[in-house]
Ligand binder design. Structure first.
Ligand SMILES: [Zn+2]
Length: 294
C-alpha cells in the first residue's frame, strides 16, 4: 500500500466514458472490497460532502487481461499518513495539504497490482441517464426559485439567475436519478425567520407546480447547449455548470455530469407534494425528463 501523492485527473467532466490510467494504490477494505486508486479515471465517484449524484457503473480491465466490475466509486483522501474514504474524510475537498483521489471498489480478491496499466469503461447509457437527470435537477431548482420569488418578505441570497435562492436555503437532500431527481425541502422556523412565507407555496401547490412547469417548458424549448467549465483536470478543481437561458446565462458550481444540451432532456416536468411532521412541513419536488434522448 502506498498513499496517493497527486489528485486524480478526472475525464468525466468533458463527457469521457473511457480512460487509461495506472494504479496508484490497492488496499483491502474491512467490508471485503478492494479499493483501487488510479492516476486518471473516467469514473464519476459519489462526492463525500454533497452526495447527490451516485457513482458511475463501470468495468476495470487490467493489463493482464482481467476484467472486474467497479461496484462503487467514492472519493478518497490522504494527509500523507492515512487514507480516508467517503464519509470518513475529516476535511473538505480541496483542503491544503491533502491529496484527493477516486477510489474504485472492486470485488474482494480482484487481482490488480500497483503500477499496473488499466482501462476503464463506463456504462454510457446509465451515465447519460444520470447526466440528463442532473441537468433537469439544476433547471428545476432554478425554476422553483423563480416561481417563489414573490414569497419573500426580506432580501436573501440570490441564485445564479438572480432570484431569491429558496433551493439553497430550504434543501434537505437532493438525489439525482436516471432521467430525473428528487429534492426534499424543509419549511422550518429558520426559513420563516429569513422572510419566507410558506403559505405562498402551500396554499395552492398545484398552481405553483404548474408555474414551475411553464417556466421549464419555456427554458427547454430553447434547446440551449450545456457547458461544463473547468479550472483544471483534477478531482479538486472547481467546475461550473453553465447554460444560456432566454433571460441570460446561469452558472452554478457543480462536480457532477450533465447532458450536453437541454434537448437531451426531452422536456422537464416537476411534481410537488407536501407532508407534515417534526414540527415542519416538508415539500418534495420530483423532477423527470419527459422524453429523454436515447
Ligand atoms: Zn449539480
Amino acid at each position: 500500500m502506498t498513499l496517493p501523492t497527486e489528485h486524480t485527473t478526472v475525464t468525466y467532466p468533458s463527457g469521457a466514458v473511457e480512460s487509461a490510467g495506472s494504479v496508484q494504490d490497492v488496499r483491502d477494505l474491512p467490508g471485503g472490497a478492494r479499493a483501487v486508486l488510479l492516476d486518471v479515471t473516467a469514473v464519476h465517484p459519489v462526492d463525500a460532502g454533497w452526495p447527490d449524484q451516485g457513482a458511475d457503473r463501470a468495468m476495470l480491465e487490467t493489463a493482464a487481461g482481467r476484467t472486474y466490475e467497479v461496484q462503487d466509486a467514492v472519493v478518497a483522501a490522504s494527509d500523507g499518513t492515512s487514507l480516508y474514504l467517503g464519509a470518513d474524510i475529516p476535511v473538505k475537498k480541496g483542503t491544503e495539504g491533502w491529496v484527493f483521489a477516486v477510489a474504485h471498489l472492486l470485488p474482494a480478491g480482484a487481482e490488480v497490482q500497483e503500477g499496473e496499466a488499466v482501462r476503464i469503461k463506463v456504462d454510457p447509457a446509465y451515465r447519460a441517464a444520470l447526466s440528463a437527470g442532473h441537468t433537469a435537477c439544476h433547471l428545476a431548482s432554478l425554476a422553483l426559485n423563480r416561481q417563489l420569488a414573490g414569497a419573500w418578505k426580506k432580501e436573501v441570497l440570490p441564485d445564479a439567475a438572480g432570484n431569491p435562492n429558496f433551493d439553497a436555503l430550504a434543501i434537505e437532500t437532493s438525489t439525482i436519478k436516471e432521467h430525473g431527481s428528487t429534492d426534499v425541502y424543509r419549511l422550518g422556523k429558520s426559513l420563516r425567520r429569513k422572510g419566507f412565507r410558506p403559505e405562498v407555496l402551500l396554499e395552492d401547490l398545484p398552481a405553483v407546480e404548474a408555474g414551475i412547469n411553464a417556466i421549464l417548458a419555456e427554458w427547454t424549448a430553447a434547446g440551449a447547449d450545456v457547458r461544463i467549465e473547468c479550472e483544471g483536470e483534477r478531482l479538486t478543481d472547481l467546475r461550473r455548470w453553465s447554460v444560456d437561458l432566454p433571460e441570460g446565462t446561469v452558472s452554478i458550481p457543480c462536480g457532477g455530469t450533465h447532458a450536453a444540451s437541454l434537448l437531451e432532456t426531452g422536456g422537464i416536468q416537476v411534481t410537488l407534494t407536501a407532508s407534515e411532521g417534526d414540527g415542519a412541513v416538508t415539500v418534495v419536488m420530483d423532477t423527470i425528463c419527459v422524453s429523454p434522448a436515447g
